[in-house]
Design a protein around this ligand. Structure first.
Ligand code: IPM
Ligand code: MG
Length: 373
């Protein structure tokens, strides 16, 4: 199969982790007989430096002309320390999500067996964790207007808005995903305070009638933040609005032992985008120490999204082999163990990508499936 992938390395450690994911994808292509055509494009601070725009038109065209987008990270401290700066790298990410119509962000959270002791939570709490957070990605307070300042700059305001259409389409992704899994859906909101949350709950209750096999529960976000840590195995599919999803998934990442392990898929209108959930980690940029696993696992999601399940599984198995062998970056290293560089981890994972010897293996279903919408 011929696959066109837009590569958007972005800022900080982005270029390094994308390099490792490409290494692994190239090995998949060689082993399984695919041809992958990459097109690189600028986004974030890197794009501002080159063009003045964090999401140039050229980048948008390249994404639209691809089968999938693999994205690294965005953000540069030189903009964080200047709150008056009119153009920010993050605007590129938000504009990219919006203009590509990527309204649902799927963030799987599972425990990697070999990392059980790396989680700050007790093994008996985290063992068996396997849930997906469906985060709404193009609405809510991230995009609501008005936003700004008045009273001579002494008052600031943001607005959270959601339409029925915006809520329904992401709920539908979540319900359909739940149907492919353990059929349990947790709708997370703040319906005791927020009007947008009350509309979410109303729409979820309506849609639940169409999915009688799915057990739906409603949970306030503050309680959800506690339950994710107290009993992560309780969850199967969580669906929530943009900012709650942003916060809860950073929290959930500690279950797996490192923020450097969590991958994500953003789906919506046409082309889908795959990215690690972590940021650009500027302190590590150029030092060959960042964990490339989240990006490599995002590449696995990309393959699965294109229907290449065996290929995605081969990548996951190679990642598990590396974890079991202790070939990990410093964020995951055990006391007395040695840490490996970003590129050494990528080399090791790529070298352990194997195609099934006899046709396609059907023995095991991947625990992560994305939904086409
Ligand atoms: C994420 C990030 C982004 C977000 C930032 C960089 C704008 O935290 O993808 O989770 O808040 O969506
Ligand atoms: Mg975030």
């Amino acid at each position: 199969m011929e696959i066109r992938i837009a590569l958007l390395p972005g800022d900080g450690i982005g270029p390094e982790i994308i390099t490792e994911a490409v290494k692994v994808l190239d090995r998949v292509a060689a082993r399984f007989g695919h041809r992958i055509i990459y097109t690189r494009a600028l986004v974030g601070a890197a794009a501002i430096d080159a063009t003045g725009d964090p999401y140039p038109e050229e980048t948008h065209r390249i994404c639209q002309a691809s089968d999938a987008v693999l994205f690294g990270a965005i953000g540069d401290p030189k903009y964080d320390n200047d709150p008056t700066s009119k153009v920010r790298p993050e605007q590129g990410l938000l504009r990219m999500r919006k203009s590509l119509g990527l309204f649902a962000n799927l963030r799987p959270v599972s425990l990697f067996e070999a990392l059980t002791d790396r989680s700050p939570l007790r093994p008996e709490v985290v063992r068996g964790t396997d849930f997906i957070c469906v985060r709404e990605l193009t609405g809510g307070i991230y995009f609501g207007r008005p936003q700004g300042r008045d009273e001579g700059g002494r008052r600031a305001f943001d607005t959270c808005t959601y339409t029925v259409e915006e809520i329904d389409r992401v709920l539908q992704v979540a319900f359909r995903l739940a149907m492919t899994r353990r059929r349990r859906l947790t709708v997370v909101d703040k319906a005791n305070v927020l009007e947008t949350s009350r509309l979410w709950r109303e729409r979820a209750q309506l849609m639940a009638a169409q999915y009688p096999e799915v057990t739906v529960e409603y949970m306030f976000v503050d309680n959800a933040a506690m339950q994710i840590i107290r009993q992560p195995t309780h969850f199967d599919v969580i669906v929530t609005e943009n900012m709650f999803g942003d916060i809860l998934t950073d929290e959930a990442s500690v279950i797996s032992g490192s923020l450097g392990m969590l991958s994500s898929a953003s789906v919506g209108a046409e082309v889908a985008l795959f990215e690690p959930i972590h940021g650009s980690y500027p302190q590590a940029a150029g030092r060959n120490i960042a964990n490339p696993m989240a990006t490599i696992l995002s590449a696995a999601m990309l393959l699965e999204h294109l229907g290449l399940e065996a290929e995605g599984r081969a990548v996951r198995e190679a990642v598990n082999t590396a974890l079991a062998a202790g070939v990990v970056t410093e964020d995951l290293v055990r006391e007395g163990g040695r840490s490996y560089s970003t590129s050494e981890v990528g080399d090791y994972v790529a070298a352990h990508v194997w195609a099934p010897l006899f046709g396609r293996s059907t023995s095991e279903q991947p625990n992560v499936r994305t939904v086409r919408v």
